[in-house]
Design a protein around this ligand. Structure first.
Ligand code: ATP
Ligand code: MG
Length: 304
């Protein structure tokens, strides 16, 4: 089994504005553990650094500092090619992530061949049909020759999930996998991911704005605000007993389950006044400094 240890990840972007250059710290000392069979939700508003973390984990971006180590149960680290095979991503927009000129079969056959999962054409085709069935795209033989535009958004996202699992993924990074789908089919896609996770004992990072699905589909929640983790803990603890004012704000703005479609009103808050210098860690039961190396973070006292 494969686990991912993310330690003190930092990502700085340089913003050029005419002759002026400014540095933007998109991710500031974020540490996370992804373990088989567990889902960690990464929650935070737009621009908080969620996708940047996903891109670093899938090696589309290099971190400015910090480490990502992928380890097997026996303590050995995985090499580059195993990493590419085992850590896979599902993107937010299933239309943009699938090539309009290629068939569904092609999308799933390609990773199978690239990663040498199948030897012959016939074996590849069988495996493609099997993968389509696993993600409930049936009859598979009818779906395989179609092109992405001939499928619904939810069906396309199922193809993207099948494609991610095809090479033998052990770790799934799902960056807002249902936020572009119609509300009525979101739960179906999330339930599907939950089933596949149980079947393959996947480690999952579920990135979302939505605290309600984060609670339902995750074991742990990590709350990100302006690049820093401001709260972390078991999903129920973070939702039912939020400590950081930003988590409280998110919880107050979450959709009201008693009144579907409604959002409970949150007080208008001055975002710049929100302090991200400390993180409430439910596992440790204390506040700790945020934005510093994990090993150096001291406990702090703070009214909450
Ligand atoms: N390539 C880039 N160059 C410069 N700045 C970037 C780049 N990519 C991201 N950023 C900035 O880094 C910050 C974090 O962006 P990121 O995409 O990680 O946010 P996010 O939490 O995924 O937001 P959203 O919920 O809108 O997807 C933002 O301020 C963004 O503008
Ligand atoms: Mg994003």
């Amino acid at each position: 089994m494969t686990s991912v240890h993310v330690t003190d990840l930092v990502k700085d972007y340089t913003i050029r504005n005419g002759l002026k250059r400014t540095r933007l710290r998109a991710v500031d000392h974020v540490s996370l553990e992804l373990t088989p069979g567990r889902t960690v939700a990464l929650v935070g508003e737009s621009g908080s650094g969620k996708s940047t973390i996903a891109k670093i984990l899938t090696r589309m971006e290099k971190p400015t500092a910090g480490t990502v180590a992928v380890e097997r149960d026996d303590g050995t680290t995985v090499d580059r090619s195993a990493y590419r095979r085992e850590v896979q991503m599902v993107f937010q927009d299933p239309f943009a992530s699938l090539n309009p000129f290629h068939s569904i079969e092609h999308h799933i056959a390609r990773p199978l061949r690239i990663h040498n999962r199948t030897a012959k054409g016939e074996e590849t085709r069988e495996r493609v049909l099997e993968m389509l069935e696993r993600v409930n795209l049936t009859p598979a033989a009818n779906i395989a020759p179609r092109r992405p535009h001939e499928l619904s958004g939810g069906q396309r996202q199922r193809v993207a999930i099948a494609r991610a699992l095809a090479p033998g993924a052990k770790v799934l990074i799902a960056d807002e996998p249902v936020s572009m789908l119609d509300v009525s089919i979101r739960l179906g896609v999330l339930n599907l991911m939950g089933r596949l996770q149980r079947e393959d004992d996947l480690a999952v990072l579920y990135i979302t704005h939505d605290l309600a699905t984060a609670r339902h589909f995750s074991d742990e929640i990590t709350v990100l605000y302006r690049g820093r983790v401001v709260e972390r803990g078991p999903a129920d603890a973070v939702i039912l007993d939020p400590h950081h004012e930003y988590t409280k704000l998110l919880a107050a703005a979450a959709p009201d389950p008693e009144r579907p479609g409604r959002v409970t009103a949150a007080d208008p808050v001055d975002r710049d006044a929100i302090d991200n210098s400390a993180c409430y860690d439910h596992f440790a039961g204390e506040w700790r400094e945020a934005g510093v190396p994990a090993a150096e973070a001291k406990a702090v006292t703070r009214a909450d």
